[in-house]
Design a protein around this ligand. Structure first.
Ligand SMILES: [Zn+2]
Length: 420
């Protein structure tokens, strides 16, 4: 009996037009590891398959019953937005400043669900911090009744409206103890903040969206995370999959948890980003939010000799800003760095020194440095937003980008990371 569905278990697995004498003839497509196919017939060592691209024949040896995990680093312009699919889980880490993530989810990735009138369930939505380039794009997704949500996680710092703000910073009041400045406010469950002062317009929009999703029974819970938490941990295809929270840290002052306040509001909210380590099998993927030099030094001091930051693939901090430390990147020591940033911005992200150090402190003879801006294609008539695809089966990791002018038979610019 034919299996009802299969996945490619090799990367750039060829799809042939026909099979002659048990040999594939003419490659008409190549598909990424983990891609779903539907077998319709078999002949010798081959299955006839239906795929998202042209149908054809695939070698049985290129197909199996494990998908592994998929990580999509979406080009959201100036900002961060990542989708992870793992063992039936859908996970978002940030969703950019505007509509790109919503469009990607509704017009491409999950059209098969929406066309069948099924909701798109996002099991876990992580918001690294409340700067618009990370969370504002979530508002449209939260307000879309076709989406349901398990948990929303955040780092605990919100922004107040400027004109009516009764506090001494846009993040709330600060106080000093033993020469160190701290932020007095920490928010836990955003559905019940009991905060008298108004939040800024975009945060208010977000708060309304989650309240509304909750009222419509489309949202489970909302929870603040800090270092040591492990909100996701399960076995997927006989391998461990987990998401560990490496930052932010709180400090206990006057018997209450507080965040250290760094030199200004922006350094403080960025510096206390959620830093997440996604692990599958013996591979790992680090998401560094918008950390800066001060917070990296603080985190390195917190962890001392524990070195939890080393990883295979690193979503670079703060869009490739120059405000980083070499010491931190040396600890991360990734085979591949992915920088997420936009055009038409005043920061000049990614900065030349950030790109240089990503290479210099990367692992292996040829460290890989990706940029969502380079993944973008611009022609006279339109912009095609880029996408960096990571596929991992627990031991092998492939990073694939679609060629800007590729034929289906030769679609992918692909690298395999060195083994561990
Ligand atoms: Zn940012």
């Amino acid at each position: 009996m034919l299996p009802s569905f299969l996945y490619a278990v090799t990367n750039e697995a060829p799809v042939y037009e026909s099979v002659v004498s048990n040999k594939g003839k003419k490659i008409i497509n190549k598909i990424q590891m983990g891609t779903y196919v539907k077998p319709g017939d078999e002949q010798g060592d081959f299955y006839k398959v239906t795929t998202a691209g042209p149908d054809g024949w695939m070698r049985k040896a290129d197909l199996g019953d494990t998908m592994g995990i998929k990580i999509f680093y979406l080009d959201v312009g100036q900002g961060d937005g990542v989708l992870i699919e793992a063992g039936g889980l859908r996970i978002l880490i940030d969703a950019g400043p505007a509509d790109n993530m919503h469009s990607y989810l509704t017009k491409w990735q999950y059209t098969y669900l929406l066309n069948a009138k099924k909701p798109v369930h996002i099991h876990h939505l992580f918001i690294s911090h409340f700067d618009t380039d990370h969370y504002k794009g979530c508002i449209k997704i939260l307000n879309d009744p076709r989406f349901t949500f398990g948990n929303i996680y955040h780092a605990g710092i919100l922004k107040f409206a400027e004109r009516t703000n009764p506090y001494n910073t846009s993040l709330g009041d600060t106080f000093k103890k033993d020469g160190v400045s701290y932020l007095a406010k920490i928010f836990n469950n955003l559905l019940t903040t009991n905060e008298p002062a108004p939040f800024n317009r975009d945060v208010s929009g977000f708060m309304k969206a989650i309240a509304n999703a909750k009222k419509e029974n489309r949202l489970g819970g909302v929870r603040r995370l800090e270092s040591g938490d492990r909100p996701v941990s399960r076995v997927i295809e006989r391998q461990n999959f987990s998401i560990e929270v490496l930052a932010p840290f709180t400090e206990r002052v006057n018997n209450k948890k507080n965040f250290v306040y760094w030199s200004n509001e922006s350094k403080t909210i960025n510096g206390h980003s959620l830093v997440l380590k996604v692990k599958f099998g013996n591979r790992s993927f680090l998401f560094g939010g918008d950390l800066n030099s001060q917070s990296e030094e603080y985190l390195l001091a917190k962890y001392g000799n524990h070195h939890p930051f080393e990883t295979d693939v690193f979503k670079s901090c703060h869009h490739g800003s120059s405000d980083f430390t070499e010491a931190f990147i040396q600890q991360v020591h990734p085979y591949a760095t992915i920088i997420s940033s936009g055009d038409n911005e005043t920061y000049s992200h990614p900065r030349a020194d950030a790109i240089g150090c990503a290479g210099k402190y990367g692992r292996g003879a040829r460290p890989l440095v990706y940029s969502t801006e380079l993944a973008r294609s611009v022609s006279k008539s339109k912009i095609i937003f880029g996408l960096i695809n990571v596929r991992c089966n627990g031991s092998d990791v492939y990073i694939n980008q679609m060629k800007e002018a590729g034929a289906p038979a030769d679609l992918w610019d692909s690298y395999q990371l060195p083994g561990t």
